[in-house]
Design a binder for this molecule. Structure first.
Ligand code: PLP
Length: 447
């Protein structure tokens, strides 16, 4: 199987192509250990029915990258078609009044229960990177006498870049607390938080190891010291229950294109606790955050409520496509999604122990499901070529994170236990036969 990128990228559709030059056995493998367990778990799976709500173009392709780009909900096409016509083609600018003007807030309210927020506290807007800048910027402005921002080295690079840039432009110090690369350095973070700290900003579930923080614990320590907290929920939203209200979180943001299946580059969401909405200032003062944008006044007057964290006009086609993924997660229920997620990752770890540990794969995620999100990472000395071989020869799509980590994402709405069984069998056979060694070691842009 190969991903062919055509020369004329703007006009030609790129497709997954099944290569016929290999006779690699794709399974299923009913004689291999663990097969019956997987079949039984699938039979008892109350969420199995959601798989058909997604486009599954090639059932032999095992997609374990829903933590990077979720599958396409069937309803997405219909929703985008509706924006194309009649909303854009017939109603033209009238659609702003019909539906588009409030769409970011409506989608925010729809998403709110998935992260334990109340209506009016969430808005779908911009990208996660831009939202981080807006929220972290608002936080440091609200603590003008303080000089520090704290994060950790498990955080996603864009988060650290944004925080670092902001710290430099405000003359603050960014402390990046070191970890062992798997577990969050909780004790060390608690020790670092002091009365000079303006903001503590972390990923709830770490993108690499899948470690999941106890938000309430960090929030309480930050608040005791008078600091604010900003959580990145990108690897949790739609997979790991989050209680923004109960944990007394101040600020949060996250992607909608991962477990929320909103589509490539779909707008992110942001959360501002209701009690902060009046006092915090969006550092990108822009016209959608103005009290009356169409007065066209040159004086900026921030509006009330979550709209204050708007910037400018959003890509409505992408924004509209976010709705079906949120609805599917709500319909399935985040608690049921979590229950299945824990079973999926636990089953995978069991299979790793049995089949992959002896082949040089090392577990790089927490073994304790309470401290783990919905993906599991394995380290391998030849991780890059193993990943490419899985994709190109074995029809299994995980992703690779430098220098040696292969991430396997399990999306409870469409990943089955039997797929995991088959994927591990394919991986075991591939490495046993040394097939990954046939792969060119040079790197593609996205893996
Ligand atoms: C995926 C991800 C992002 C991506 O940010 P974009 O602005 O959408 O590119 C940021 N932070 C975390 C933790 C992520 O997992």
């Amino acid at each position: 199987m190969a991903f062919t990128v055509s020369r004329d990228k703007l006009s030609t559709v790129n497709v997954w192509q099944v290569t016929t030059s290999t006779d690699f056995e794709l399974g299923p493998f009913p004689d291999a250990p663990g097969y019956e367990t997987a079949a039984k778990l699938d039979e008892e799976d109350s969420l199995a029915k959601y798989r058909e709500r997604f486009v599954v173009h090639d059932p032999t392709l095992i997609y374990l990258d829903g933590n990077s780009l979720g599958r396409q909900p069937r309803e997405a096409r219909e929703i985008v078609d509706q924006v194309m016509s009649p909303e854009w083609s017939e109603r033209l600018i009238g659609s702003w009044n019909d539906r588009w003007w409030d769409l970011q807030l409506d989608l925010g309210d729809l998403l709110a229960p998935l992260v334990g927020a109340r209506p009016g506290e969430v808005v779908v807007s911009d990208s996660t990177s831009v939202n981080l800048y807006k929220l972290a910027g608002a936080a440091v402005r609200a603590r003008p006498d303080r000089t520090r921002i704290i994060t950790d080295d498990l955080n996603f690079p864009t988060d650290v870049y944004v925080l670092d840039g902001l710290a430099r432009s405000h003359g603050l110090e960014l402390t990046v607390v070191p970890s062992d690369q798997t577990f969050g350095p909780v004790e060390e973070i608690l020790e670092e938080i002091d009365d000079r700290t303006a903001l503590v900003s972390l990923s709830h579930t770490a993108y690499m190891s899948g470690y999941t923080y106890d938000m309430g614990l960090i929030n309480a320590a930050a608040h005791d010291a008078g600091a604010l907290t900003l959580w990145d929920l990108s690897h949790s939203a739609g997979a790991v229950p989050v209680d923004l209200e109960g944990t007394r979180t101040d600020l949060a943001t996250g992607c909608t294109y991962k477990y929320l299946n909103g589509g490539p580059g779909s707008p992110a969401f942001l959360y501002v606790r209701e009690s902060h909405q009046r006092s915090l200032e969006n550092p990108i003062a822009a016209w959608w955050g103005h009290t009356s944008p169409f007065d066209m006044s040159l004086e900026f007057e921030p509006t009330d409520g979550i709209r204050r964290f708007h910037t400018g006009t959003m890509p409505i086609l992408s924004l509209a496509a976010v709705e079906p993924g949120i609805r599917l997660a709500l319909d399935a229920g985040i608690e049921a999604i979590r229950r299945k997620s824990v079973l999926l990752t636990s089953y995978f770890i069991e299979q790793w122990e049995r089949h992959l540990a002896r082949l040089g794969f090392e577990l790089a995620s927490p073994a304790d499901p309470d401290r783990r999100g919905s993906h599991v990472s394995l380290r391998h000395d030849d991780g890059w070529r193993v990943t490419r071989a899985l994709i190109e020869i074995a029809g299994v799509v995980p992703d690779f994170r430098s220098p040696d980590t292969v991430r396997f994402g399990f999306a409870p709405l469409y990943t089955s236990f039997s797929e995991i069984h088959t994927a591990v069998q394919r991986l075991e056979r591939l490495v046993e036969q040394g097939m990954h060694e046939t792969i060119d070691a040079s790197r593609t842009k996205v893996t």
